[in-house]
Design a protein around this ligand. Sequence first.
Ligand code: ATP
Ligand code: MG
Length: 566
Amino acid sequence: MTLPETSTPTDFIRAVIKNDLATGKYGGRVHTRFPPEPNGYLHIGHAKSILLNFGIAAEFGGLCNLRFDDTNPSKEEVEYVDSIIGDVHWLGADWGGRLFYASDYFDQLYQFAVQLIKLGKAFVCDLSAEEMREHRGTLTEPGKDSPYRNRPVEENLDLFERMRQGEFPDGSRTLRAKIDMASPNINLRDPVIYRIKKESHHRTGDKWCIYPMYDYTHCISDSLEGITHSICTLEFEDHRPLYDWFLDTLHLYHPQQIEFARLNLSYTVMSKRRLLELVNSGTVDGWDDPRMPTLSGMRRRGVTPEAIRAFCERIGVAKNDSVIDIALLEYCIREDQNKRAQRAMAVLRPLKVVLDNYPPDQVEMLACVNNPEDPSAGTRQVPFSRVLYIDQDDFREEPPPKYFRLAPGREVRLRYGYFIKCVDVVKDAHTGEVTELHCTYDPQTKGGFAPDGRKVKATIHWVSAEHSLPAEVRHYDRLFSKENPMEAEEGKDWRAYLNPNSLEALTGCRVEPVLGEAKPGERFQFERLGYYCADLKDHISGNLVFNRTVTLRDEWAKIESRQAQE
Ligand code: ATP
Ligand code: MG
């Protein structure tokens, strides 16, 4: 299996648009929108939709609006609005001043509802939610008409106005479209257009106590903004006849709704409701926890917008639902980081190494390459001295077969430094734990090569004990241990599959001096370990905190080569 190449995207949506441009359907205009509901933070699924909508507008010389679908006052908050604006901007999308709110249209939506009543196409219904459910029917049985369905227009107008005035309690009445209770499509069985909710709205305050439903609001908002192609996810396919019905019945300008498959990723959940639950239960450290599939979480983890864009281009746009392997996302992140991340050395679990034959007061500055992928990044000077730290993992007292790193009597190369040979091992008298190694260094091997041509089988990283800085390094693993947590076994639910080891905080790490100057958000490759980023929240001078963005190991390439061998 080979990875699909990235190139100018072609897909069924772009094919529709090209065709519409060719036939002059919207007078040559292309105008899309991204319509988030401000009831949570954006996740990578939303990124797919953002890049699709804004990408199409850019490709076809059109426009794309950012519009908040803020019709539900109880779940929506200003915090979410602000985070969404920040995230869309971070992804590089440009709405060019066209930032709208469905709540801006509440007056017009009300007038259109009055018009529907006058047309005999809407009525005030006194059924409770429970009764309405009983009347609705099922997929196989038609529904029953509401007893209030044939109220005279005048009575409907009067009741609707009084609903607006706040005369009736929440849930006591609704305004419903009069369509067809026998329709095989349940969405057309006299859907509710307005409900009573005596709640303040984050934008309109207490002006309204009736709020329009999503389906009704969405098509009219699209129409008012002159949207041409209203791109949404597949679950709205069955709502399209309703989208069309409202606009046709009201004789309004009519955009075309087009549905595509939403992004699902393995080893995570993607619905805002479930992500909110993880936040509220304290399972994660907020919406921007680096384990979350949210854009703010990924940003905090060190992922760039470019990596997300590359990923979305690779997965493309299709009409059938599928689950994308999270390894593909990790592959895209790794590719992106490799190009940009400056190299540095960090020791996660320090083991002290004393170079017995190195002059005690000597300090040398060794030139280390900043980025082998980018010669223009140059080199930096890293201090080297008699006492070093290496990673505990890089030493075995009794090395297993194929373990080529340091062991008693064995010689290895220090990255950008010298060959060293282990001559003695100091252990804790009580625990037997190795606490210190004594080594000799070969002054002839500066730069990592022996003049006599002798070879070593391993190169390990290191820091100077005296010059290195303490740091905390956080390793993140997949949030869930099951590929599809939503496919739960009997008696379990998705929460049962949370990975208990998704966060490992390593304190007591030692990092080379240059990392002391790292700014929050700055990215590095820790040599031999992975890609890391200074934490946006907790990293400050004097308290260095690095998040692992992604490991160096390329699972996806491994899968590929295994498949090639089969
Ligand atoms: P969720 O189901 O995650 O809570 P939502 O669909 O309720 O998301 P909205 O705020 O309504 O979230 O979504 C805004 C836009 O993003 C919609 O057009 C929606 O279709 C799209 N979108 C949401 N989730 C995905 C996804 N996983 N993949 C692609 N597009 C998505
Ligand atoms: Mg939604």
